[in-house]
Design a protein around this ligand. Structure first.
Ligand SMILES: Nc1ncnc2c1ncn2[C@@H]1O[C@H](COP(=O)(O)OP(=O)(O)OP(=O)(O)O)[C@@H](O)[C@H]1O
Length: 259
């Protein structure tokens, strides 16, 4: 498998605090790679660096060999590295389907001016976006709620809608920020199926997550952070047996490495 994203010697400092320290790893085409670590280990910061929502203090991120760190997030997203949209960026007043249609604008062919004057290109785009939105919603098992206003959705469906919106932008790499957070067991199992389905569509997945059983079930490989440093990288089986990882999680009462 080829390396799609190369994270090279990334460091992020906030004043005197080093949140991410000299971290390197690659995300390979077609894999699901998870970033884990105890609270405050630097996972969210690394995730924001990977999606270009934060600029690194040192080091760089490359996508298919080209540097993307320092580019605006929407430029990075257009190239195919897309972060799922937080619940706060879902248009709550619109239906599920309308939200997914709007997300297609990121790859729209018609200029904004074209939309304004309802050009034929814009009309063609709209019809195509509707078809694509319906296909994505059916794929994710959300067709039954496609006409529901987003404001009425329970937490699990809102998260799934975030993934549908991400897919609508036609990503090469989808970055998922704690996709199983706040879910009960059944919701987590459904969300696990959705993420596995995303990968079956050929999309590479990078995620940050606290839910260890789900991470162990879903990941091809795992990168472990502790105090901003990468302490391990490997398959779930390798990570569960890694002495440094076990020590990092020992004494952490509210987290378990699932062993
Ligand atoms: N914008 C910021 N300004 C200052 N310090 C920050 C900022 N963002 C994160 N930090 C600090 O950087 C460190 C790493 O934080 P980060 O949120 O990346 O960890 P995390 O592993 O995602 O934690 P959690 O599991 O609790 O979400 C923490 O000490 C945090 O307080």
């Amino acid at each position: 498998m080829d390396d799609l994203l190369q994270i090279s010697r990334l460091t992020k400092q906030f004043g005197g605090l080093v949140a991410v320290s000299d971290v390197s790893f690659s995300v390979r085409e077609g894999e699901i790679l998870s970033i884990i670590g105890p609270n405050g280990a630097g996972k969210s910061t690394l995730f924001k660096l990977a999606s270009s929502f934060l600029r690194p203090t040192a080091g760089e991120v490359r996508f298919r060999g080209e540097r993307i760190s320092g580019l605006a997030p929407h430029v990075v997203a257009r190239r195919g590295v897309v972060r799922t949209f937080q619940e706060t960026t879902i248009f709550k007043g619109m239906t599920v389907r309308e939200n997914v249609i709007i997300a297609h604008q990121l790859r729209a062919n018609a200029s904004l001016l074209g939309y304004y004057f309802a050009s034929s290109v814009a009309r063609r785009d709209e019809a195509e976006f509707g078809r694509s939105a319906d296909e994505i919603l059916a794929f994710l098992g959300l067709d039954g709620i496609r006409n529901d206003p987003a404001v009425t959705l329970p937490h699990g469906h809102l998260r799934a809608l975030g993934i549908a919106i991400g897919l609508a932008t036609n990503p090469t790499v989808l970055l998922l920020d704690e996709p199983f957070a706040g879910m009960n067991h059944d919701e987590t199992m459904r969300a696990v199926e959705i993420v596995l389905g995303v990968r079956r569509r050929g999309v590479t997945v990078l995620l940050v997550e606290h839910d260890m059983p789900a991470v162990m079930q879903i990941s091809d490989r795992i990168v472990v952070l502790n105090f901003g440093e990468k302490i391990a990288e490997g398959t779930p089986a390798e990570i569960q047996q890694n002495q440094k990882v076990i020590e990092a999680y020992l004494g952490v009462e509210d987290e378990s490495i699932g062993i």
